[in-house]
Design a protein around this ligand. Structure first.
Ligand code: ADP
Length: 277
């Protein structure tokens, strides 16, 4: 039997039922938006779900803005039990942690080499007081860089099946249908295989354009490449999301501060209805 290794990270994350790591080979394909949509969808799925969103894009954090927490009052508090995440809603169903909350000025750039990023990621994984979570969604930077290696190194004890939890972390790949993005997705896939990270499947984002008037989907940037790749590589295909003006409007309203708190969560439910129709 494999020896169980307990670390500060595995101890802290023992109260998290599922960890989903969101990856993309390329930037700009909608990885962070998909992480947010995934977290909001998990909240909508079950009223008792509690979800955490961890932003591991150390040099380009975008999650605070995407969930309406991009103001100076949104800061992380240190308690005796660890860092308290910033909550989107009063019920504390959606907690967020990002380096964006730790910067004095939100416009500051973070120019760090690997070891410093590694220290921050270790702290994020071992010191954030998430409490009981049904899902922790981890948004990563594009590609396979220092942040990904740090993340998987620190999560490694959770890959021991005998340890604390019935599930190991899993991942979702986000790609657009264009060839360049798909080629980089193959690199991300290869990375998951090298590090034995399970892949739940691939999402093809910005697959076609949904007409705001009639809802008809036109294949502006192509469509289907993600599904072909998933089939070829033997990973699940989780579905395609068109370029969606409802989503753009929603993200803009949140970024401008027009939607906040519970409104962010409720608007997601509305957007889903409109997309589904
Ligand atoms: P990444 O995290 O991969 O760099 P983002 O999530 O920041 O990408 O998305 C890049 C831009 O594309 C954002 O402005 C986002 O609002 C927009 N976007 C992402 N997915 C969609 C979509 N399905 N429809 C319309 N806009 C989208």
């Amino acid at each position: 039997m494999t020896e169980a290794i307990e670390t500060p990270v595995s101890r802290r994350l023992a109260s998290v039922k599922n960890i989903v790591i969101v990856l993309s080979g390329k930037g700009g394909v909608g990885k962070s938006s998909s992480s947010v949509q995934l977290a909001l969808s998990l909240l909508a799925l079950n009223p008792t779900n509690r979800v955490g969103l961890l932003d591991l894009d150390i040099t380009g954090p975008s999650l605070p803005r995407m969930v309406g927490l991009d103001d100076p009052t949104a800061t992380v508090h240190q308690s005796s039990a660890g860092w308290v995440p910033v909550y989107v809603d009063q019920e504390r169903r959606l907690g967020v942690m990002s380096i964006g909350f730790l910067l004095k000025d939100r416009g500051d750039s973070v120019v760090w080499r690997g070891p410093k990023k590694d220290g921050m990621i270790r702290q994020f994984l071992s010191e954030v007081r998430w409490g009981e979570l049904d899902y922790l969604v981890v948004d990563t930077p594009p590609g396979t860089s220092d942040e990904h290696i740090s993340l998987l190194t620190h999560l490694h004890p959770l890959f021991t099946p005998t340890l604390f939890k019935p599930t190991t972390p899993t991942s979702i790949l986000i790609s657009t249908p264009q060839t360049t993005a798909l080629n980089d997705t193959i690199k991300s896939l290869s990375f998951t295989r090298k590090l034995s990270l399970p892949v739940m499947g691939l999402v093809e984002n910005m697959a076609g354009y949904a007409c705001p008037c009639c809802g008809e989907i036109s294949d502006t940037f192509g469509r289907g490449g993600g599904e072909d790749l998933a089939t070829r590589e033997g990973v699940g295909f989780l579905g395609r999301v068109p370029i969606d003006t409802v989503l753009v409007g929603l993200l803009d309203a949140v970024s401008k501060g027009e939607l906040k708190g519970q409104g962010v969560i409720e608007a997601q439910a509305q957007a889903q209805v409109e997309v589904d129709q």
